[in-house]
Design a protein around this ligand. Structure first.
Ligand code: ADP
Length: 493
């Protein structure tokens, strides 16, 4: 066992800060790396030391392995945490860190490599009886053969890039006549995005829910799961609201899926934090989708319902410690919801809306956690992911957590750019969401930009109702009684 003394965080923004905070609580010194665009960033100010690693584009800074290793050597760091994104799922980076005699806070390069290929991952987990979406187990390039297989599986089908990620290289084929064009598109998209044109075919699950399990393993063969996260509210195949637990899992199904998730981890000889993603159909059949071999953006909802600090656990496991609990020791307490606050315009196809945070006031109060990397007056850089913050609200029940999240959204004050806050508020109030009866098609089915402008907040509606009952002359109340609830709306000023 080797105690970590100084940790370099090879990331930026909220996740870099979140990791450093836990490290500091453990008495570990922290090193930040930053690009020229991030000189004033909060993670740089928070760290004990900071090293500039190059120009703003990540290909010249956060993605350059040698610069990060050099920064670690220069500062005498003995471990590297990759966060999520950037180099976190790059097996060559994990191997290089190890070769340089440093500790990589994450799984082995071998596990990362195995799970980096969707097909290799499927083959490995099939041996452990983990349910898979019906489909091909080999890459396929022969059109005639591919068409035949698609017919056997039954339309609609999905063509996926084996090296895929971020929703890229995926094509739905509704019926046979479209097969050829969609296949050609998928192959060329996969080639240009991943430099690897191999694709495979899967049954397209209609009305799918995306439910994932947090797993944790140590280097002594112990693996547990820390329950599920429901991540079906997505735009562009990317998550925007997550919650734990899921409202559709019974204790029996949770146990079954949790065991499957642990088996996926075992199939990859996995240690440290990982996420096993499942797709769940309308009859609650579940199928393995893929495993993410890193800390996930939405890990805080799991922390809120388990009371654990996943980063501290990651560090301890990387030092060689055994997991301090077994499966039977873990339980779910309460409910947590995360909304991702992106600098995006929901009224304009969720396109990034980069700018300066003219006003930035976080919500406060019981059960509210905001993980961010910004302060009022700072600009959201154009070079990186436009996520401003993650707001996580926890309470004893799902209903209370929803009410708290809405209250907190109304308290959140952001001006200077458009954000996803108003969109998230719309989702949280929607009967499909509150009833728990929703899937990954939520945005397609229910969201139109008009809903953001026309729908008043609960507080406004209440006020309007109140005013309607008052004699006319008292209406002057209206001007100085505008509720805080309008902050997230048309606020580009
Ligand atoms: P990526 O690695 O590109 O994120 P995933 O395999 O994780 O790709 O899938 C991303 C999303 O696409 C899932 O969350 C789900 O919404 C949808 N999806 C993936 N596979 C299927 C499938 N077989 N049927 C229906 N939807 C799917």
């Amino acid at each position: 066992m080797k105690k970590i003394v100084k940790l370099l965080v090879a990331n930026r923004g909220e996740i870099a800060l979140r990791i450093m905070r836990s490290a500091r609580e453990m008495g570990i010194k922290t090193v930040a790396v930053y690009s020229e665009a991030d000189r004033q960033a909060l993670h740089v100010r928070f760290a004990d030391e900071a090293v500039c690693i190059g120009p703003p584009p990540s290909a010249q800074s956060y993605l350059v392995m040698d610069k990060i290793i050099a920064a670690a050597k220069q500062t005498g760091a003995d471990a590297i945490h990759p966060g999520y994104g950037f180099l976190s799922e790059n097996e060559d980076f994990a191997a290089l860190v190890r070769k340089e005699g440093l500790i990589f806070i994450g799984p082995s390069p071998e596990s990362i490599e195995l799970m980096g290929s969707k097909l290799a991952a499927k083959a490995a987990v099939a041996k452990f009886n983990v349910p898979l979406v019906p489909g091909t187990s080999e890459p396929i390039s022969d059109l005639v053969k591919a068409k035949q297989i698609a017919k056997e599986i039954g339309y609609p089908i999905l063509i996926k890039a084996s090296a895929g990620g971020g929703g890229k290289g995926m094509r739905i084929v509704e019926a046979e006549p479209d097969f050829e064009t969609q296949m050609e598109r998928a192959v060329s998209e996969a080639k240009s995005a991943f430099g690897d044109g191999s694709v495979f075919i899967e049954k397209y699950v209609t009305q799918p829910r995306h439910i994932e399990f947090q797993i944790f393993g140590d280097q002594h063969g112990n693996v547990v799961h820390l329950f599920e996260r429901e991540c079906s509210i997505q735009r562009r195949h990317q998550k925007v609201i997550e919650e734990a637990p899921s409202s559709v899992l019974t204790p029996e199904l949770r146990k079954k899926m949790g065991e499957a998730a642990v088996n996926v981890a075992r199939a990859a000889n996995y240690y440290n934090a990982g996420t096993v993603e499942f797709i769940v159909d309308e009859n609650l059949n579940f199928y393995f989708l893929e495993m993410n071999t890193r800390l996930q953006v939405e890990h805080p909802v799991t922390e809120q319902i388990t009371g654990l600090d996943l980063v501290k656990l990651q560090i301890k496991v990387a030092e060689g410690e055994k997991l301090p609990f077994g499966q039977a020791d873990l339980k779910i307490t309460g409910h947590a919801i995360e909304v991702r606050v992106y600098a995006e315009d929901p009224a304009n196809n969720f396109l990034p809306d980069i700018g300066t945070l003219k006003t930035y006031v976080r919500p406060q109060g019981h059960g509210i956690r905001v993980d961010d990397g910004f302060e009022q007056g700072m600009a959201v850089p154009f070079y990186y992911d436009p996520m401003i913050a993650k707001m996580i609200c926890s309470d004893s029940t799902r209903e209370r957590a929803i009410a708290k999240t809405i209250r907190a959204i109304d308290e959140y004050e952001i001006t200077g750019l458009e954000t996803t806050l108003g969109f998230c508020r719309f989702v949280l109030q929607h009967p499909a969401f509150t009833s728990g009866n929703f899937d990954t098609k939520f945005v397609e089915k229910y969201f139109k930009p008009e809903v953001l402008q026309s729908k008043g907040s609960a507080a406004e509606e209440l006020l309007a109702a109140l005013l309607a009952t008052m004699p006319r002359q008292q209406h002057s109340l209206e001007t100085n009684a505008t509720p805080a609830a309008t902050h997230w709306k048309k606020n580009r000023s």
